[in-house]
Design a protein around this ligand. Structure first.
Ligand code: GAR
Length: 210
């Protein structure tokens, strides 16, 4: 099993879905660490209660992004981490850190990338009048919310949706897509020439995983 760390900043519901999926005997990733840059992240309390190894690397205690990442890297090395899954981790990372973890660090974003990168995705999707939105799991690249797409799933935007009702609908599929995507990555089932593979070729694979 691939030794996997999950990085969070808050609630940690996606982290929970990964931890729960990883308990299946045939799941190819093992969660060896849950780390947060915020000491008060509710997800850390949940992870501790599950008996998982946790770490707090409070970015406010470090003089620079690079020093913060050095501390994080030291913990990842100590736990012999092979894969990193960002789950509501709200810190940008330096290109050096991202390149170190190239094709070994994944992220979930609550939109159908490349639409609605950044924050307030649901508000902006409603504002734009799109009728379909969703979530994306992708390999992390230095540019924010960019990188080869591993998996996506779509939900409708319904008349009368608020950012909150839409967020809840998207979150429900995030909890299904992220474990399926981590499974693909940990099992080495994402094609090497991922950058050239279209989303359509992937959707068949994803459908069979649900
Ligand atoms: C999720 O909706 C995730 O997709 C989003 O934050 C939420 C975290 O919830 N991530 C981003 O916006 C990344 N830019 P969670 O802590 O309950 O998993």
């Amino acid at each position: 099993k691939k030794r996997t760390a999950i990085l969070i900043s808050g609630r940690g519901s996606n982290m929970q879905s990964l931890v729960e999926a990883s308990r299946a005997a045939d799941y190819p990733a093992e969660i060896v660490l849950v780390a947060s840059n915020r000491p008060e992240a509710p997800g850390i309390a949940w992870a501790k209660a599950q008996g998982l190894r946790t770490a707090i690397i409070d970015h406010k205690h470090y003089p620079s992004r690079a020093v913060f990442e050095g501390a994080l890297q030291a913990i990842l090395d100590e736990q012999r981490v092979e894969l990193v899954a960002l789950a509501g981790f709200m810190r940008l990372m330096t290109p050096a850190f991202v390149e170190h973890w190239r094709d070994r660090m994944i992220n979930i974003h609550p939109s159908l990338l490349p639409s609605f990168k950044g924050l307030h995705t649901h508000e902006r999707a409603i504002e734009a009048g799109v009728k379909i939105t969703g979530c994306t799991v992708h390999f992390v690249r230095p540019e924010m919310d960019e990188g080869p797409i591993i998996a996506q799933a779509a939900v409708p935007v319904l008349p009368g949706d608020s950012p909150e009702t839409l967020a809840a609908r998207v979150l429900a599929i995030e909890h299904r897509v992220y474990p399926a995507a981590l499974r693909l990555v940990a099992a080495g089932q994402v094609p090497n020439d991922q950058e050239k593979v279209t989303i359509n070729q992937h959707s068949g694979e994803m459908n069979s995983l649900f």
